[in-house]
Design a binder for this molecule. Structure first.
Ligand SMILES: NC(=O)c1ccc[n+]([C@@H]2O[C@H](COP(=O)([O-])OP(=O)(O)OC[C@H]3O[C@@H](n4cnc5c(N)ncnc54)[C@H](O)[C@@H]3O)[C@@H](O)[C@H]2O)c1
Length: 253
């Protein structure tokens, strides 16, 4: 039997990308969507304006929407006892707590970046940080399309958090530097954002030494890479015990 997906944010760029991918995959069926937008043109499944109205059976919720709808969709997932794959970025501490609480009752899979490549890059950054910090200064630069709402990207924060995790002493994130009128501190991790056009997602981490610079970068070529990862995550969480899962649980790094 195919896996039945409820797509939250189905009218958006990622929702439509997932819908197109499901059409070509006989093992996954996008059975319904939820979106506040009425632009449902081209979508061949029922779309509900809110989750509580859903009257279609489904197995897993995939969410690429807006951070403001996290409380409702998480409450809905818990009420239906269904796993949720949360891919939306820009989440606050409050949202993260809601997801954490929900994970005691349902499987919750969360990742700010669903691509295999970025998760391999993060594993390599952990290693590079151990080898190079504090002798090398660490700076992260990200670039995205001009419609993106949050800055820095959830992925840049995910990379920074992994790097921070490898450093024993205090570390401070310094965003875009224009408001910081002081020389660079060893404890800084700089995070800079660029927005423009239709850039899918670019992330670069620089390890800057006195005599050499190492750069590791990831460039998403199409949104399909995130859609593929999200659908793999949906298959992964289906049937799992309640708990909090991420890409490191799904791919062996
Ligand atoms: N984790 C990843 O790998 C990854 C990859 C790409 C994008 N994202 C994130 O996914 C989210 C969506 O990205 P996108 O490019 O598809 O954006 P988008 O703006 O094209 O689509 C978002 C959709 O969510 C809908 N929406 C807004 N509020 C809603 C609500 N209350 N209930 C239901 N639907 C609602 C909008 O109407 C829209 O159709 C963003 O937060 C983005 O940063 C994550």
């Amino acid at each position: 039997m195919s896996l039945r997906i409820l797509m939250n944010g189905c009218c958006g760029y990622m929702g439509r990308c997932i819908a197109a991918m499901c059409k070509n995959n006989p093992k996954i069926d996008l059975v319904c969507g939820v979106d506040i937008s009425d632009n449902t043109e081209g979508l061949d499944f029922p779309v509900f304006s809110e989750a509580s109205a859903v009257d279609v059976d489904f197995d897993v919720i995939v969410d690429f929407s807006h951070f403001s709808c996290i409380p409702k969709i998480v409450e809905f997932a818990v009420s239906r006892k269904k796993p949720i794959v949360c891919c939306t970025t820009g989440l606050t501490e409050e949202h993260l707590k809601l997801l954490d609480d929900a994970s005691k009752e349902i499987p919750v899979f969360k990742s700010a970046n669903m691509s295999l490549g970025i998760n391999v890059m993060i594993a390599l950054c952990r290693k590079m940080t151990n080898l190079l910090y504090p002798d090398y200064d660490i700076e992260i630069v990200e670039a995205h399309h001009n419609r993106k709402l949050d800055a820095p990207s959830g992925t840049a924060l995910m990379i920074a958090d992994a790097i921070k995790d490898e450093i024993d002493n205090e570390v401070n994130y310094v965003y875009d530097r224009q408001s910081v009128r002081r020389k660079r501190e060893k404890t800084d991790i700089g995070i800079s954002s660029i927005r423009g056009g239709n850039i899918v997602g670019e992330h670069e981490v620089m390890y800057i030494g006195g005599e050499e610079i190492l750069k590791i970068s990831h460039s998403a070529q199409t949104r399909d890479v995130f859609a593929r990862g999200a659908l793999a995550a949906a298959r992964f969480v289906f049937g799992k015990e309640p708990g909090y899962y991420d890409m490191t649980d799904m791919i062996q790094l």
